[in-house]
Design a protein around this ligand. Structure first.
Ligand code: PLP
Length: 389
C-alpha cells in the first residue's frame, strides 16, 4: 500500500515536540508511579449547572436536531454582541460582525484559508498556540515568527520586524492573555498593533481565549477597544476556558465584516455550523449569572499562589501570572526545557510542558498548568522540593 501517501501539507508539518514527554509519561506510568499531570491546558472543573440545564432542555427540542445556520443562530450572535457591549464597551453588528465557531480552534485554523494565497506570509508570535502556524501552512502560507521575550514582557517588538517582512505580511497572529507565557497586553501595545497593521496593510487576528481568566482585579482588554481596530482585525473567543466547556466545542469570532464574511464563506463550504443545543447553552453562559466565573478565577488564583510559592521556594524563577491558568517558569541553571521536563517526570512523576514545544523562543522555559485540584498541587509542591534542582 505504499501508493497511499499523505499530501505534502501533512509531510511538512513540524515534528511533534511533545512526543518525547508523552513517551516518558507512558514509561513512568508503567512503573506504577502516581502521575500528577500539569501538562494539559484543559479545565478540570465541570461546566456550571445552569448551562448544562439549558443544554439538556435544548437537546430535547426537535427544532435543535436539524442543521444549524452556517454563521450561527441569530440569538447567539445577538447575545455575543451584547456581551461585547457590556464587557468591553465595543459595539458590534450581530449580522455582519459576529460568526459562531465550533470552538475557536476551528475558526483560527480556517481563517488563513480565507485570506492567504500560497506563498503569502503570516507574522506569528512565538512561543504560541500551534494552530496559527499550522493554519498558515495548510493554506500554503509561510510563517515569520515574532519572538516573545522576557525583556519585552513577552510582547512582540514590532519595530524589530524588517520593513520588507512587514510589507509582505498578510496576517499578524497575536494572543493575549497569552498561552503559554501568561503575559497580558496593555492598551499602548494594542495601539501600536493597530498602527502597524494600518501602515503595513496587515490583518490582525487576535486570539482572546483567556480574556476572562484573570486575577488580582485585572480585566484583560479586547483588541477591538482600540479605535480603528475593527478596520484591520478579527478577534477569536472561546467559551471553553471561561465556562469549562472545552468538550462542547463552541466559540465565536468578531470584528471586521469583510474578515467575518471571508471566514464564514470558508466554513459554509466545510462544516455546517455549531449544534444549536450547544449555542443555546452558550447563550445561557454569556447571559446568565457570572458568579461561576468569579468562583472559577478565585479557585485558579488560590492554586496559582500555592504553586508560585512552592516553585520559588526551590529557587525556580517565574512571575506570578495575572491571567490564564499557566505558569511560565524559567528552567534551572544548566538545564534545557526538555531536560527539565524529563527530569521532573522521572524524579517526581510530575508532567509539565517544555517551552520549546511552543516554538524555539520558548527554549529556557517550561509551562505548568493549574488545571488540577489543590490537594494534588500541594502534593506536587512536596515532590518538587525533592526534585534536586
Ligand atoms: C484553548 C485555546 C484555544 C481554543 O479553544 P477552543 O476550545 O477551540 O475554543 C484557542 N487559543 C488558545 C491560546 C488556547 O489556549
Amino acid at each position: 500500500m505504499d501508493w497511499i501517501q499523505p499530501a505534502d501539507r501533512l509531510k511538512q508539518l513540524p515534528p511533534y515536540l511533545f512526543m518525547e514527554i508523552d513517551r516518558l509519561k507512558v514509561e513512568v506510568q508503567a512503573k506504577g508511579v502516581d502521575i500528577i499531570d500539569l501538562g494539559v491546558g484543559d479545565p478540570d472543573l465541570p461546566t456550571p449547572a445552569h448551562i448544562l440545564n439549558r443544554l439538556n432542555q435544548a437537546a430535547l427540542d426537535p427544532k435543535n436536531h436539524r442543521y444549524p445556520s452556517y454563521s450561527g443562530m441569530n440569538d447567539f450572535r445577538k447575545v455575543v454582541a451584547s456581551w461585547y457591549q457590556r464587557r468591553f464597551n465595543v459595539t458590534l453588528d450581530p449580522e455582519k460582525e459576529v460568526v459562531t465557531l465550533i470552538g475557536s480552534k476551528e475558526g483560527i485554523a480556517h481563517f488563513p484559508l480565507a485570506f492567504l494565497n500560497p506563498g503569502d506570509l503570516a507574522l506569528v508570535s512565538s512561543p504560541g498556540y500551534p494552530v496559527y502556524h499550522i493554519g498558515t501552512l495548510f493554506a500554503g502560507g509561510q510563517s515569520y515568527f515574532l519572538p516573545l521575550l522576557k525583556e519585552n514582557r513577552f510582547l512582540p517588538d514590532l519595530s524589530q520586524i524588517p520593513k520588507e517582512v512587514a510589507g509582505r505580511g498578510k496576517i499578524l497572529f497575536l494572543n493575549y492573555p497569552n498561552n503559554p507565557t501568561a503575559a497580558v497586553a496593555d492598551r499602548v501595545f494594542f495601539e501600536q498593533v493597530v498602527r502597524f497593521a494600518r501602515e503595513n496593510q496587515v490583518i490582525v487576528a487576535h486570539d482572546a481565549a483567556y480574556s476572562e481568566i484573570a486575577y488580582d482585579g485585572i480585566r484583560p482588554m479586547s483588541f477591538l477597544e482600540i479605535p480603528g481596530a475593527k478596520e484591520v482585525g478579527i478577534e477569536f473567543h472561546s467559551l471553553s476556558k471561561t465556562y469549562n466547556m472545552t468538550g462542547w466545542r463552541i466559540g465565536f469570532a468578531v470584528g471586521n465584516p469583510l474578515l467575518i464574511a471571508g471566514l464564514s464563506r470558508i466554513k459554509s463550504n466545510i462544516d455546517s455550523g455549531a449544534a444549536q443545543a450547544i449555542q443555546w447553552a452558550g447563550i445561557d453562559a454569556l447571559e446568565g449569572p457570572q458568579d461561576c466565573l468569579t468562583e472559577l478565577n478565585a479557585i485558579y488564583q488560590k492554586r496559582r499562589d500555592l504553586m508560585v510559592a512552592g516553585l520559588k521556594k526551590i529557587g525556580l524563577r517565574l512571575e506570578a501570572p495575572k491571567a490564564t491558568f499557566y505558569l511560565w517558569v524559567e528552567v534551572p541553571k544548566g538545564y534545557t526545557s526538555t531536560r527539565t521536563t524529563a527530569h521532573l517526570l522521572e524524579q517526581t512523576g510530575i508532567v509539565t510542558t517544555p517551552g520549546n514545544g511552543f516554538g524555539d523562543p520558548g527554549e529556557g522555559y517550561f509551562r505548568i498548568s493549574l488545571t488540577v485540584p489543590e490537594d494534588r498541587l500541594e502534593e506536587a509542591v512536596v515532590r518538587l522540593s525533592k526534585a534536586g534542582f
